[in-house]
Design a protein around this ligand. Structure first.
Ligand code: HEC
Length: 113
């Protein structure tokens, strides 16, 4: 019993920093997505938690269900025109509007929606 408790504590303590890092990434992703000088995603997408959003495109909700493959979601942010050549969404990665790291954070955030 004692051994189990020790193991439990070790596991919790071991994973706590990991969970924290994830939370921080999600929070930073949200900031970048909402920032008008960064992602400015709200100008076209309705996103839960965002204010004064546009409705030029689809609301960004149920992302895990719609994009079971996270990499495909990332590609959508990195270079939307490859999926829809006439979409007005800027290719954030391809045109280096956002850094690879910023896109990773946005994807982490989107996956919580
Ligand atoms: C100028 C308008 C505009 C901006 C800004 C914009 N998008 Fe888009 N986005 C679109 C359009 C248009 C589409 C294509 C879907 C459609 O036909 O409405 C799209 C599609 C997407 C898709 C695919 C949705 C699906 O269901 O296939 C994702 C994910 C996405 N955008 C995320 C983002 C994120 C994240 C940002 C901010 C970093 C962003 N978009 C900024 C216009 C925009």
């Amino acid at each position: 019993m004692k051994g189990f408790r020790l193991l439990f504590v070790t596991v919790c303590v071991g994973f706590a920093p990991l969970a924290q890092a994830d939370d921080q990434m999600v929070e930073e992703g949200r900031k970048i997505a909402f920032d008008v000088k960064k992602g400015n995603c709200l100008s076209c997408h309705n996103i839960p938690g965002g204010q004064a959003s546009g409705n030029i495109s689809v609301p960004l909700v149920a992302m895990q269900m719609r994009f079971p493959d996270k990499e495909v979601l990332r590609q959508n942010v990195w270079n939307q025109p490859q999926f829809r050549p006439h979409a007005m969404m800027p290719p954030f990665g391809k045109h280096q509007i956002l850094t690879e790291e910023e896109i990773d954070k946005i994807v982490e955030f989107l996956y919580t929606l």
